[in-house]
Design a binder for this molecule. Structure first.
Ligand SMILES: [Zn+2]
Length: 266
């Protein structure tokens, strides 16, 4: 069965893919099933959006509305937890400890994390370069069934320079260059989903503005239509976990609210 990769680029707006010199993202879109009209969910903030992505429920159900985690009042399994029930192994490469909210403590088989800001609170805009190096060297040995790769520096650059400004687009290009190194090292039959958690406007996000809400959602691999623009499904963060579970052979959990995006299937 294919190895599954979720590559999440924090704060990546769909229009940034063409505004930046980002040939890897553009090329990936061209060979994927994609929509540039996918929607984040309120509040358009990193942890609530990742909770919605991994648990396939909106904030009204998972209860997280800030970047501070509080235990779920009514627990349910995330993609990682549900994968574990059928002995699937998961690996995380991230630059933020907050993502420990996305799985039960002993359910990750491999984890690499390096904090995205230094001790003075200055963003480390180089952190995705290291993350990519580590992933490229570790993945062939770990061979996880599911891998989460979190590219967070685009969000940092958005806050520093403003969304769609030069400094932000330069960081999109830096992530694009990292993906150019990473993607060719993945197994030929890998299933790869590239998406954002939210967008951004000016130097912030969190609102219902389209600039904050619209995100790219692009998936490629065996059995998935190539160069296909998703039209019939109103894709949101909630579709990610059921769709990836489908390709992993993981049973969908009854409390997940999203559906498999079946129109992408060949
Ligand atoms: Zn942010």
């Amino acid at each position: 069965m294919s190895q599954i990769f979720l590559i999440l680029i924090d704060g990546l707006r769909p229009d940034a893919i063409d505004a930046a010199d980002a040939p890897t993202l553009q090329g990936f879109r061209d060979r994927s099933s994609y929509t540039m009209q996918a929607k984040s969910l309120m509040p358009t903030i990193t942890l609530p959006c990742h909770m919605a992505t991994f648990y396939s429920v909106p904030s009204g159900r998972h209860g997280i509305t800030t970047n501070t985690f509080t235990p779920l009042a009514r627990p349910l399994p995330s993609l990682v937890d549900q994968a574990r029930t059928v002995r699937k192994r998961s690996a995380f490469f991230t630059s933020w400890d907050g993502f420990s909210a996305l799985y039960k403590a002993d359910h990750l088989d491999f984890q690499w994390s390096y904090h995205y800001v230094d001790e003075n609170g200055i963003p480390r805009l180089f952190v995705d370069d290291i993350l990519t190096d580590v992933a490229i060297s570790a993945l062939p040995n770990v061979k996880p069934d599911f891998t989460f790769l979190y590219y967070g520096t685009t969000d940092s650059a958005g806050h520093m320079y403003g969304w769609m400004q030069d400094g932000y687009l330069k960081q999109v290009e830096r992530v694009d260059a990292n993906l150019a190194r990473l993607l060719p090292t993945l197994p030929e039959d890998a299933i790869v989903l590239i998406q954002a958690d939210h967008g951004g406007h000016e130097q912030t996000h969190g609102t219902e503005l389209p600039e904050d809400v619209l995100i790219p959602w692009m998936i490629a691999g065996p059995g998935i239509k190539q160069g296909y623009e998703i039209k019939d499904t109103a894709v949101t963060l909630l579709n990610t976990t059921p769709t990836l579970a489908h390709f992993m052979g993981v049973p969908l959990h009854g409390q997940w609210e999203g559906n498999v995006v079946s129109e992408i299937l060949e």
